[in-house]
Design a protein around this ligand. Structure first.
Ligand code: ASN
Length: 597
């Protein structure tokens, strides 16, 4: 019998390695979807009579011929283009080292632009597309020209409120169609980051580095290494491994849903001080309709304090409620109250802009001044706050350092390590298990301590599960709320591709489902695929509670199971009164909603 069993043939479908892909042990790869919004830029440019210019409808065709950016065999085997499963212009990367399949769809904006032609309207167009497709994709890549990429990245960082997903801007210095180019590597790196990591920021990826978008500036017109983030180290380095500096990642710390703010104020500008600048020029620049300017000053924020004519123009402007934000002309460093020449500016009402780049400061002004419900004082206060990690805020109270942690110290001692790097390595190895264990027992104090020693509360354990996955499975509402307020992401997927919301549904924790939904959580396309049969099985068992949980999580209960019947048809067949009542009420509600729309 033993021999007979060992000879039992494997079902044919499990013998192929193609579409079922049992790589990485026996685990099917997690499929993720990325939306690429192509706005133009050198990456897709061709040489024309007048010089390089973007060409429409060319990029997808070219990418389909590049094996590193498109796996045609997989696309054919899985019938990627059939059954309208994915929109046209959908491509797929070869399987990643982390056993992920990144399926990406390219949305080409029209017209494609050299980024020098970009305006506030174009930022709004990009933002609206992100909002429109936010739930359908796991991450976003924006192809953009390098010339004004730092401006767009800064603007989008403010326009995207309560962001929970990764947005990566990238482009290139040489078109992707040329033999030697940086476009292929930049696009691949951006896709891998947007598809595999939840870094809830507007980022910029260029030449092996991921930066915070509102910290960068273009520093080189002729190098592949075109960007610099002078006042903040990169969020990630893509060398042999992709290393994310999780401690640097900015998190929204909110239970509010993602939305975009597109109505930016256009009456803003940049004014660079230079020796001998004319007061009449300053006066003209500050004239209505100007509402806010970034004043680019010398060194630590200094301007002449022996020029009464100039100071008088600045004073008159601030009295008229024109907001003036002080940023340094230096590439690195911050505005600080060091010199008398700097203090004079504060005296005439100029607001210190810390270590913000002029690009970020301009975007912040444009964003803040468009908040029409705020008073002038509130707007000025908002400008001094760190809204999206755009400036460095020196911590006030004592900060608990890694070496202050007794727990880590005891372990470090028993392992005889003392240097910072080794301490960090121990912390990073221990924290996921500790944090998940604390989440399991609902120990908020332990999680607080972990957070204070620099631990990332979105860390993943060996199964890819985060403390939020565990708190959601346990139905611990207070803990879920705590984690969300400390930047935990609702979009993390474990090794089965499941989100915290999926676990809350599985264990029917209604209040947790509601809170996660409020924060913008939704079931992923992979989680929604083929749920008809599961819903029908719940219906067959008369499981109203189970169906209600799915409904709350945003699943449509009208989906048919494998035999083509919907949960309602099954309820009718079994005659379960309570279930019929629930499904009928839901149907009436949906009809009413469609009618009211
Ligand atoms: N002029 C181009 C642009 O910004 C420069 C580039 O993308 N490298 O669109």
């Amino acid at each position: 019998l033993g021999r007979a069993l060992s000879c039992t043939p494997r079902p044919a479908c499990l013998q192929r390695s193609g579409s079922l892909e049992l790589g990485g042990g026996c685990r099917a790869p997690v499929r993720v979807r990325v939306l690429v919004i192509n706005t133009g830029g050198t990456i897709g440019m061709v040489e024309e009579k007048e010089g390089l210019a973007p060409e429409a409808n060319k990029l997808v065709k070219a990418l389909k011929k590049m094996p590193m950016l498109h796996d045609e065999v997989y696309a054919k085997e899985t019938k990627l283009y059939d059954f309208h499963r994915f929109p046209d212009n959908t491509l797929v990367l070869p399987l990643s080292e982390q056993n992920k399949r990144i399926v990406y769809t390219i949305l080409e904006l029209s017209p494609l632009l050299d980024s020098s032609n970009m305006t506030t309207d174009d930022w709004a167009k990009i933002a609206r597309n992100i909002e429109k497709y936010y739930e359908q994709y796991d991450g976003f890549v924006i192809l953009h020209g390098t010339d004004t990429m730092a401006y767009t990245a800064s603007a989008l960082s403010f326009m995207c409120e309560n962001l929970g997903k990764t947005i990566v801007l990238t482009g290139s210095q040489v078109p992707i169609y040329e033999l030697r180019n940086d476009g292929r590597a930049n696009l691949l790196g951006a896709l891998l980051i947007a598809g595999q990591f939840v870094i809830p920021e507007v980022c910029l990826y260029f030449y092996h580095k991921l930066y915070r978008g509102n910290r960068v500036t273009k520093v080189d017109a002729g190098s592949f290494n075109a960007f610099s983030s002078p006042n903040l180290s990169p969020l990630a380095n893509a060398e042999v491994d992709i290393t994310i500096n999780w401690e640097t990642v900015w998190r929204a710390n909110t239970t509010k849903k993602f939305k975009v703010h597109t109505n930016m104020n256009r009456n803003v500008g940049l004014l660079r001080i230079f020796p001998g600048i004319n007061a009449a020029t300053v006066k003209a620049f500050l004239h209505a309709p100007m509402e806010g300017i970034v004043l680019e000053t010398y060194g630590t924020g200094n301007a002449p304090n022996n020029r009464e004519d100039l100071l008088e123009e600045l004073r008159k402007a601030t009295e008229r409620k024109v907001v003036i934000l002080n940023c340094t002309q230096c590439l690195r460093g911050s505005v600080a109250a060091v010199y008398a020449t700097g203090q004079t500016l504060t005296a005439v009402g100029v607001i210190p802009g810390g270590d913000m780049t002029p690009e970020a400061a301009l975007a912040k002004l444009s964003y803040t001044l468009s908040k029409s419900h705020l008073s002038w004082e509130e707007k000025k206060e908002m400008l001094s706050e760190n809204l999206r990690g755009e400036m460095t805020v020196v911590p006030t109270g004592a900060k608990i350092s890694l070496t202050d942690s007794k727990f880590i110290q005891v372990i470090a001692k028993s392992l005889s390590v003392s240097c910072k790097e080794e301490l960090e390595a121990i912390r990073d190895a221990l924290i996921p298990s500790l944090a998940c264990a604390a989440a399991k027992t609902g120990d908020i104090d332990a999680l607080k301590a972990i957070g204070e020693m620099g631990g990332n509360l979105s860390c993943e354990d060996y199964d890819g599960r985060t403390p939020l996955h565990i708190a959601s499975s346990e139905g611990n509402l207070q803990l879920v709320e705590y984690l969300l307020k400390y930047g935990a992401t609702v979009y993390a997927k474990d090794m089965f591709g499941a989100t915290p919301l999926k676990y809350a549904v599985k264990f029917r924790h209604v209040e947790v489902i509601q809170l996660l939904r409020e924060t913008g959580a939704h079931l992923s396309s992979q989680e929604l695929e083929n749920i008809g049969t599961e819903l029908c099985s719940l219906a067959a068992n008369g499981d109203v509670e189970g169906l209600y949980a799915w409904h709350l999580a945003g699943a449509s209960l009208e989906q048919a199971g494998y035999d083509g019947r919907t949960p309602l048809q099954i309820a009718e067949a079994t005659g379960h009164v309570e279930l019929l009542d629930f499904l009928n009420q839901l149907k009436i509600k949906m009809v009413m909603e469609t009618f009211l729309e």
